[in-house]
Design a binder for this molecule. Structure first.
Ligand SMILES: Nc1ncnc2c1ncn2[C@@H]1O[C@H](COP(=O)(O)OP(=O)(O)O)[C@@H](O)[C@H]1O
Ligand SMILES: Cc1cn([C@H]2C[C@H](O)[C@@H](COP(=O)(O)O)O2)c(=O)[nH]c1=O
Length: 216
């Protein structure tokens, strides 16, 4: 049975890498997919992994009917053996419904990849709809780690190095940025709640305030 599968995790846990591996393995067996992405860091119409792999994709702009696009490909004699969607959190809920229709009406597997929650720990609308509709939800097995060594479960946003909890939901960016305007860091829930990034933890450890007081 074809499935709508949502592969999810924090930023930087290997989602795009897995998407590219799935594409590679299928292409090695002569299968050809329709690949969508939205606002990849590498630019429009791209799917990219931090391991250096990049592939072309159809940019899933808000106006694009994903079901209609797949039907178009097939009608024009093209192949749509499966569908991959990266950065699926950025899709509109209606576009996720279109993906479900690709599975149910065209009987094609759809593999969607994305982060579930934003920097405020709120679900992205696209991810919420995927959780509601997916046949299967797979959490990525290679876990990203918080600076404390615990499993990272949340995405923090930094502006000028400071963690923020207010702002636009969508700001394309990366982890390990160079104190750029907007950056991201993955954290465990405890440190996300306490707003302790690796930089603030380091600063706290160096601060004289936390040194033990002399007894005399
Ligand atoms: N230099 C490196 N050597 C080995 N693995 C790396 C390196 N850089 C990144 N990675 C791996 O790539 C993962 C990020 O992959 P990517 O597909 O870009 O993540 P996502 O799409 O989830 O944001 C990291 O969690 C790490 O496992
Ligand atoms: C948490 C969060 C992330 N984003 C953006 C930042 C990146 O461009 C993508 C996630 O990409 P990745 O391949 O999973 O690393 O999402 C955002 O716009 N808003 C957020 O709250």
């Amino acid at each position: 049975m074809p499935e709508l599968v949502f592969f999810c995790g924090t930023m930087d846990c290997g989602k795009s890498t897995l998407a590219l591996q799935i594409m590679h393995n299928r292409s090695a067996r002569g299968l050809q997919g329709v690949v969508f992405a939205r606002d990849d860091r590498a630019g429009q119409g791209k799917i990219s992994s931090r391991l250096g792999l990049v592939a072309d994709a159809v940019e899933a702009i808000a106006e694009l009917d994903l079901y209609g696009h797949v039907v178009d490909v097939i009608t024009k004699g093209g192949r749509a053996d499966y569908v991959v969607v990266d950065e699926a959190q950025f899709l509109l809920p209606g576009q996720i419904d279109q993906l479900a229709r690709v599975v149910d009406d065209l009987e094609i597997d759809v593999f969607a990849f994305g982060i579930t929650t934003d920097f405020r720990t709120r679900l992205f609308p696209g991810s919420q709809r995927l959780i509601e509709l997916a046949d299967r939800i797979e959490a990525l097995q290679v876990e990203a780690m918080c600076w404390c060594g615990a499993r990272a479960t949340h995405n923090a946003r930094t502006v000028g190095g400071e963690m923020v909890v207010e702002g636009e939901q969508v700001v394309v960016g990366d982890v390990n940025g160079h104190a750029a305007e907007v950056g991201y860091e993955v954290l465990c829930r405890r440190h996300h709640r306490r707003r302790t990034t690796s930089a603030t933890a380091r600063a706290g450890a160096l601060s004289p305030d936390v040194l033990p007081l002399a007894s005399n």
